[in-house]
Design a protein around this ligand. Sequence first.
Ligand code: NAP
Ligand code: MG
Length: 501
Amino acid sequence: MNNKHELPISEETRKFLESKHLLFINGEWIESSSGEIIPVVDPATEEKIAEVQSGTKDDIDLAVRSARNALEAEWSKIPSHDRAQILHRLSDEIEANFSVLSELEVLDNGMPMQLAQYSIASHGVTLLRYFASWAPKIHGKTIPVSPGGVMNGDSLTYTKREPIGVVGAIIPWNSPLIFAILKLAPALAAGCTVVLKPAELTPLTALYFAHLIEKSGIPKGVVNIVTGFGETAGDALAKHEDVDKITFTGSTEVGKKIVSSSVGNLKKVTLELGGKSPVVVFNDADLEKTIPGVARACFFLQGQNCMAGTRVFVHEDIHDELVEGVKNMAEAFQIGHGLIQTNDFGPLISGDQRNRVMKYIKQGISEGATLVCGGHETNEKGFFIEPTIFTDVTADMAIARDEIFGPVLCIEKFNNESLEAIAKRANETTYGLSGSVWTNDIATGHRMAALIDSGQVSINCHAAVDPAIPFGGNKQSGWGREFGEEGLGAYLKTKATTVIY
Ligand code: NAP
Ligand code: MG
């Protein structure tokens, strides 16, 4: 455990933390009508580092009105090349403010600095530039039919791809800045306007990002950011009659509430929800690559990752060697504050989350799984739990069934079962987000990948994420896809026009 009291924070970050944080509506910084604030805590120290506004239904109303006005006034009419240019300018701003954004992300969420830097550079900036470049490539089609029996040539049918309208974006705390950008980038490229509600536990990078939005030349009201609680601000956004679409990332439980909240005006909804992803390791896998791959698949972001590979199915021939290797990696993590560059394993997001994960660990032990390593809170300040591995796990145990959202890896064995039988076990979950297959036999890899019921399966790697690769869940892991052309399509609606000459 490595925690220092004097943390290396830049002057700019310190100044931002000490400043008064307001709501960003119609290009202005305003106080919430509630007059209430929410404390922001560093999960590695449990200390309060800032205070943000607790947004209300009235604040959401104001923000939605501002987004509607901006949509009608200007944004959807700006030439697409100019829209792209503005989004590239915003990417430049992220690059110019990279170190402050990374520090704030670490302080607010607890992730290790290397991870914050990697994700902001490779996902944040690349993602925004990827979608910026889409703006002038959005177009419809001409369709060679003769509606109503009109002779060919005497009619023309074409489609246009139009912005879906005002978008409400509700995001979780596990990768706060990346999720804010993941929602804003395709929405803005498509010509939509947005009201964003960050997670109450991690609002800081979204608020800093709002200052960059101001500098980038995005017109007032195109992006509005309302901090606050899910049950108040989030609920008001999901129910709002003048919001055309909700894009939500979070738990399956809240995803279902969003669906019921959306029925008032039948707004469109896309959902990126939870997961309990399988990792299938065959006995011909290259263990030198597989062992670190399996460890990262689960312990990345302390397991607070929707794509986490938390259920490993390994051939009995290599079970012991794999377990030993992953255990060695788990025990080698440097646990501590993310701002200390050598630490690569941070805290969980909150005391509640830590208690929830500890409950599952105790339940795993009492249900008969074998605890191989970890399983303890570390006893200094901060919501830390050691990386934890269980073997002899069976499908009926709570640790195998539920999304724990913490550093808990469950390992099961298989022998010479058919691929279909292994897949049946891998698919025995209500989720279907991600998954991976580890083998040197490429045919086995592809066959197994085809049998896993998930939106994304990787072979000899886990959770291959890129702005161009569609990402999303089957079953109760979600509706729709993000990233790539399909992700952009979720912010567009098609209009068909026919002329008869
Ligand atoms: P969560 O509790 O579902 O919260 C997500 C967001 O929804 C937060 O901003 C939350 O506000 C808000 N919210 C809560 N109740 C609401 C309501 N009734 N109406 C509208 N909004 C409401 O999820 P979380 O605990 O933050 O994140 C963990 C979950 O997210 C995990 O299940 C994980 O698998 C999932 N996740 C999925 C993906 C993916 O891409 N598939 C990625 C990351 C995470 P508060 O600020 O009050 O919490
Ligand atoms: Mg925080």
